[in-house]
Design a protein around this ligand. Structure first.
Ligand SMILES: [Zn+2]
Length: 200
């Protein structure tokens, strides 16, 4: 079923495009949803600034009257949407960080410099309290670095085994890749040897 809109668009549209309205012909309003919404938006634009003060006043009065109710409602709402909000907040924080990276870095650095002693003290305290957890985490991290032959692991190997300094290694960055291949070869040979000794 179709009907012609009596609003500004004047188009003939499907009956579903007209808002439900009791008392109108066919239970539908004569003006289509689009025209109705547009009119609403225009009216909102025109009157929004005019009524701002009055609206704020009304809201303030309502707020003072119903503060407890509003907070209680808010609490339930927050509780019910906890996970969704956590996700959203995480996303927002990440976005904020990406968009303000350089500014944040400067601010954090300044903040750190200003409170350096406090932070160092906190760090010391934290390390003391979490000694076991930290050492376990370090172990896991080192093991992982050893398996994947990370740059850091290779760097440390070069430093410890050959007494090279970070500065020297940085002057010859190809050393890292080179040593990585050496270790890979050694590991492969050892693997082969182990396989042979178990089969024989
Ligand atoms: Zn219309």
């Amino acid at each position: 079923m179709e009907r012609t809109c009596r609003g500004p668009c004047g188009e003939t549209k499907s009956i579903e495009e007209f808002p439900l309205h009791q008392g109108c012909i066919g239970g539908r309003a004569p003006v289509c949803k689009e025209c109705k919404n547009r009119k609403g938006r225009e009216r909102h634009k025109k009157t929004y600034h005019l009524n701002k003060e009055k609206r704020n006043q009304t809201w303030r009065e309502y707020y003072h009257r119903s503060k407890d109710k509003i907070y209680a409602h808010r609490k339930i709402y927050d509780q019910e949407n906890k996970e969704r909000f956590a996700d959203r907040d995480k996303k927002r924080r990440k976005e904020y960080y990406i968009n303000n990276k350089s500014e944040l870095r400067i601010r954090n650095k300044k903040n750190y410099e200003a409170n350096k002693d406090k932070y160092l003290e906190q760090q010391k305290e934290y390390k003391k309290l979490n000694k076991d957890i930290i050492s376990e985490k370090t172990k896991v991290r080192n093991r992982k670095q050893r398996i994947i032959l990370s740059d850091n692991y290779i760097l440390n190997q070069l430093k410890q085994r050959f007494g090279l300094t970070y500065k020297k290694i940085r002057q010859h960055p190809e050393l890292i890749e080179n040593h990585r291949q050496q270790i890979k070869l050694k590991r492969l040979l050892k693997q082969k040897k182990d396989e042979n000794s178990t089969t024989s």
